[in-house]
Design a protein around this ligand. Structure first.
Ligand code: PLP
Length: 456
């Protein structure tokens, strides 16, 4: 046993506090509150060191699509680690798992995608995509096309490129210079608008902000537009159905590349293989990570369309880019096993036709709660808005404390959902059963009651 399992949770909490810097964490606050030590997981449940069983309504961090405890994935990793734990794909080498996975990814993606570039994470996929987009335009003899347009409140990872491309104000405010050549437009967040337009009109108007920005920058300087099909970390911002087709029209009219960041939406989350499939658009590049391995091992990548791939390959010579762990054999073996599970168990169709509609219907009922101003969900990805006044939809103060109170009450009552400000988000494993969906909704309602009592 490599990891000691026999410490008490307070011992672990002490060591954690003393030695471990967590991602996106206020450590002074954590020191006072203590971390929850998660020791094991099975199906849709996680278990902590104090013996609590918690329904994981967030699939870890939006990634455990196939659920926990999949022996088949564990065996695939074990076998690969025994046979060939590591070799690189630089210097004219490759190995069976990375090749087989490339073929399988070609099978589950749209017809324009025949090639993939591997990375170790979503952030590295974003960095790769940016370098590839700019390289493409160099090779097209339009080197002035450097500007990439993204949205405010988008999340595209945490490296310098990822945090610059993302539209998170708090991230931009730390650490000085951002990557140049990035512009942001408003997000298609209907509930956050003045709600004077119909949803469809609002979708078109939000997309036209891209056209306005392109005119402002100059079409000959714009390289690409990048967006999450549904914004995840920003609070599950579901665009109106009119939005993405209009974005696609604008990209085509101005000749710029369209990129969907599928790190969350990919691999079944919306009841289609990818978010672009759900919205009926054909991107030129797709970044992915998270659900490709259901989080069992780290892996990311960029799906490269023939439009971009043929130029990079035919005209480009060597593309000076790549990572030590690009196409890591164990990660690729895990991804293969994971995608085969999604296929064999028809989990994408299960989300589209069964558990998706089932949970959505119940989720909509939460809108009747006095604390809830709006609920929304596509596939198994949803949000609810906590409001001070249900009639006027007036929100609580900007300090976001109500969302945090609600999130803490939820986890203490056996359900993980995340708070993004006063927006509560949910994204359970795609394997969720009807009984587990019922449990999720019952717990959510009860915790909304407790939150209401707490903030009165
Ligand atoms: C999580 C996420 C990323 C970053 O992925 P990491 O693996 O954490 O680097 C990028 N884009 C989106 C849409 C994400 O949700």
């Amino acid at each position: 046993m490599a990891v000691r399992q026999n410490r008490s949770s307070s011992e672990w909490q002490k060591l954690d506090r003393e030695h471990y810097l967590h991602p996106f964490t206020d450590h002074k606050q954590l020191g006072e509150k203590k971390s929850r030590i998660i020791t094991r997981a099975d199906g849709v449940y996680i278990y902590d060191a104090d013996g609590n069983k918690i329904l994981d309504g967030m699939s870890g961090l939006w990634c455990v699509n196939a659920g926990y405890g999949r022996e088949e994935i564990v065996e695939a990793a074990t076998r690969q680690l025994q046979e060939l734990p590591y070799y690189n794909s630089f210097f004219q080498c490759a190995h069976p798992p990375s090749i087989e996975l490339s073929r399988l990814l070609q099978e589950v993606t749209q017809p324009q995608f025949n090639r993939v570039f591997y990375t170790g994470s979503g952030s590295e996929s974003i960095d790769t995509m940016i370098r590839m987009v700019r390289r493409y335009w160099e090779l097209m003899d339009q080197p002035d096309r450097q500007v990439i347009i993204a949205r405010k409140n988008a999340y595209h990872g945490s490296t310098i490129a990822g945090s610059s491309l993302g539209g998170m104000k708090a991230m931009h405010a730390q650490g000085g210079f951002l990557l140049p050549g990035i512009e942001h437009i408003e997000q298609p967040y209907w509930f956050g608008s003045d709600r004077s337009m119909s949803l469809e009109d609002f979708g078109i108007a939000s997309a036209r902000l891209l056209e306005k920005k392109i005119d402002e920058v100059g079409a000959d300087k714009v390289a690409a537009f990048v967006g999450e099909p549904v914004q995840g970390a920003g609070g599950v911002i579901i665009p109106p159905d009119s939005y993405w087709p209009e974005i696609e029209r604008i990209c085509r009219d101005h000749g710029i590349l369209m990129v969907t960041d599928e790190v969350i939406c990919g691999f079944g989350r919306l009841g289609r293989w990818f978010g672009a499939d759900y919205y009926g658009v054909q991107p030129d590049l797709m970044t992915f990570a998270k659900g490709v391995t259901s989080g069992y091992l780290p892996l990311g990548g960029v799906m490269v369309s023939d439009r971009v791939g043929s130029v990079i390959i035919e005209k480009g010579g060597e593309f000076f880019h790549g990572f030590t762990y690009s196409g890591h054999p164990a990660s690729c073996a895990v991804a293969l096993a994971n995608i085969r599970i999604l296929q064999r168990e028809n989990l994408v169709e299960y989300v589209a036709n069964d558990i998706g509609p089932y949970l959505q219907k119940k989720w909509r009922k939460l809108a009747e709660h006095p604390l809830v101003g709006e609920t929304r969900m596509v596939g198994l990805m949803g949000a609810l808005e906590l409001v001070r006044d249900k009639k006027t939809l007036e929100r609580f103060d900007e300090d976001d404390s109500v969302g945090t109170v609600c999130r803490d009450i939820l986890v203490n009552n056996g359900l993980v959902m995340r708070a993004v400000g006063d927006t509560i988000v949910v994204a359970p494993p795609l394997t969720l059963s009807h009984a587990e969906a019922d449990e999720l909704i019952d717990k959510a309602w009860k915790c909304l009651d407790l939150t209401q009592a707490a903030v009165k």
